[in-house]
Structures are given as C-alpha cells and as structure tokens.
Write a protein that binds this ligand. Sequence first.
Ligand SMILES: *Cc1c(COP(=O)(O)O)cnc(C)c1O
Length: 401
Amino acid sequence: MTKEELSKSFHPDEKGFYGPFGGAFIPEMLIPNIENLKKNYLKVIHSETFKKEFKSLLQDYAGRPTPLYYASRLSKKYNSHIWLKREDLTHTGSHKINNTIGQILLAREMGKKRIIAETGAGQHGVATATVCALAGLECIVYMGEIDIKRQAPNVARMKMLGAEVRAATSGSRTLKDATNEAIRDWIAHPTETYYLIGSVVGPHPYPDLVARLQSIISEESKQQFREKTGNEFPDYVVACVGGGSNAAGSFYHFLEHPQVKLIGAEAAGMGLSSGKTAASMALGETGIIHGSMTYLMQTDDGQITEPYSISAGLDYPGVGPLHAWLNKSGRAKYLSVTDKEALQAALLLTREEGIIPALESAHALAALNQMEIKPDDNVIITISGRGDKDMQTFMDQLNLV
Ligand SMILES: *Cc1c(COP(=O)(O)O)cnc(C)c1O
C-alpha cells in the first residue's frame, strides 16, 4: 500500500469502512436516525459557529489545553524520555468530556431535546450528564446493574447532575448490555432523541465523529512536543484501549507519520488464557457488535463472550473499527496488560510522580514494560483519567489498608 492510500484509509469511506472494518449494521428502524446524523455531522463540526463554541468550551469549561508533562523520575526509571498527556486534569477527570461537549453541541444543532447514553465505569455517564446540565437537556443514562454497584460514586454524581440512571439487567449486566438498552430506547424514540455514544464504536458515523472530537488530544500534544523539545515527532505514542476513543484521539494527528510508532494497551484481565479477559485484539475474531464490523471476543458458535477487566472502562468485548484496521494494517501495535500489571503501574506512577491515574490509564503505563525503548526515545503516554474513582480497588488490591 502506498503512503497516500494508507493515509486515506485512516478515514472511513462513504459507507464508514476502514478496510474491512466498520460500516453500519443496524436494524431498519434506525436507518433514518443514522442517515440524519450522517448527513449533518461533518457539516456541523466544520461550521465556524461550531468550531468557535467547541474551542471556547474546551478551553474555559473543560480546562484545555491539558499539559504535556515531562515525567523526569519515571524517565530515569525507564532510562528514556517519558511525557504524560494529562487528560486526567480535565473537568470531570477524563478525556470523555472532549467528546460529550462536541456531541451535545451537535445534538442541539440538530434540534434534539432528549439525550440518551450508555456507560460502563460511569465516566461517560458523568461526562454526558455534565454537558446535559450545561445545555439544559434531558438526560437518560443506561448502566449495567453490576456497574451501578461497583461505581457508586459516579452514579451519585449523575443523579446530582439531574440525569436519570436506568439499570440494564440482562446478560452480564455491564457495558455491552447497557449499550443494547440504549439502542432499544433509540429505536423506540427515533425523532426527538440523540444517542450520545461514548467511544469510537457503534455504526458509522459514530467512530469517525468521536475520533474527530477526541483528536484535540494529539492536535495539542503534537504542538506541545515540538515546542518543548524542538523535535518534530515523538518516537512512540501510547494509550489504553477500551472502545478506543482516547487512543484514537492520541494517535489521530500522528497517523500519517509512520516514524511515530503507535501502541495501544488493551486489558488482558486475569491473563489471555484465563477466560477472564477483555483482550479483543489479541483474542478476538471478526464479527459484528453494536452496529459495526470489528474484532470481538466470541464463542465458536458466534455468541459474544462476557468480557472481564478490573477496570470497568476497558471491560468491553469489542474494539472500535479504526483500531481493528490499524492493527490489521500494521500501523499500530496492541499489547495486552493484566490487572496485576496495571495495578503495579498505577502504584509506580503514584510513587514516582505523585499522580494517581485511572486504572484504565495504568494499562498504558504498564505497556512500557513490554516495549523496547531506547535511552534517547521520546514516549508520549496518554493519562486518560484520574484515579479517584478507583481508590477502593487500589486500597483492596494493593493492601494499603
Ligand atoms: C472510558 C475510559 C477509558 C476507555 O475508553 P476509550 O474509549 O478506550 O478511551 C479509558 N480511560 C478512562 C479514564 C476512561 O474513563
């Protein structure tokens, strides 16, 4: 494949395909909703009014640009140069706010009055409830019954923000079931409802929409890196991958520069062969999940496997189609990180730099141990969120009590 063809393929074609992945495999009743979104999303996000308001809210409301921080003690430890892109410092504590601000502006522009969303860790639910309060729109968040229990502080935040939290009680009662419920709701309320998806997953155009909104991460880090080092490009960009939105945003403006190696860290859970894992890239096969063709974990007869990770934000059996394509084309490499490795990496960052990362982000840090980095390499790692929500897990698992 020529460089030009490769570069073109990082953006989906007319039908939403990245190579063989993506598309829009949806029930007929959703076709008008998706067509309407497809017709409007690029027009809206390229308009001057949108760009101005998005930029202003990212800056004054979400606290952007987030710093690109040189982690000197961590760098010494790894005998390399390690930079942290601090999405943990945004309003609501993770990169998810970038996407929800963008989509709420889009929903408002499209005249929608009722917002629905799915959430796993509760981070996307909180980010959605936040922007609904900001825009004065009704908000319903679907969440697995199990996640409601293990993420109680985020449930409380959503309620305080005025959102209604509805429990998904089928299947594993986690993220994928919450997503199914949200899709069901959208089918039942097609005209007034906007479905605000939290990652680069779902039918086209969502993966492209969310990747574009999150691309602010690499837009900033590319410029910050240049200003701080005088070098054009880092050697590596590393990010964790649940559905893949913070990774898509972290990679976006580096995709067309093959000298920048891109590394995604997915959750191996208890280990790749343990049966308790969420490593859809390492173990998945091609199939359709939530409207898109991608890698997902399934049984021999095609049933979607229950995913497992200690980190609720990575506990998803599929992965966004862009990542499936980056993996297949060889542009990015994906490493699997176990619960244990992530916990140790979180503790290391906390003790070396005084930064408590989200468990999800700790997977990206732990990937360093599997990389062959050299002393003069520059590595940018995205810290997708802060660890406040995971404190109970840290206390229990790291024997800190
Ligand atoms: C939700 C979440 C993730 C995983 O989602 P992606 O779409 O893969 O980015 C990672 N980190 C944090 C802090 C999250 O809240």
